[in-house]
Ligand binder design. Sequence first.
Ligand code: AR6
Length: 168
Amino acid sequence: MDIRILSGDITKQRVDAIVNAANSSLLGGGGVDGAIHRAGGPAILAECQELRRGQYGKGLPTGQAVATTAGRLDADWVIHTVGPVYSPAEDRSALLASCYRESLALADRLGADSIAFPAVSAGVYGWPAASAAAIAVAAVREAEASVADVRFVLFTEELLAAFQQALG
Ligand code: AR6
């Protein structure tokens, strides 16, 4: 597995699967979720609505992942995962690690060979950059996935530096 740290807009990546830092509703939001739906177009939201009418009637639980196609994005799949909201009072890092592990396992099942991750939970959900990066890199390194090309695509200088540090 080749793990790379990149800077920029994840919606511009040419990969088999782009991971979305979604919320449980699967019905869109701000941040990278908003960017993915804007760039990918309405087909992604239509599939998310379909998921809500079916298997995910109560929403997608935190730490899990589900796939839709990618609309106009230059990718085959969007893998939606729900990160935990950061809490200084409770250690939710296992749930954050689960987002990466479940996304990679799903990518494997889809036959994806390349995947791009944003910094899940590190925006609106408030996770400190250094911790978010350490958890993400460790989870991907420990995953037993056959995805060959893993990219973290970071949108801020702080996260870029944190992920570079975590990768070593
Ligand atoms: N490409 C890559 N990274 C991006 C992009 C982009 N185009 N746009 C933003 N980021 P956030 P969360 C970065 O808030 O913390 C949404 O409303 C951003 O700078 O998108 O998991 C959802 O619907 C940050 O570093 O996700 C949920 O309600 C990182 O992506 C909630 O936010 C993640 O920030 C999820 O919060």
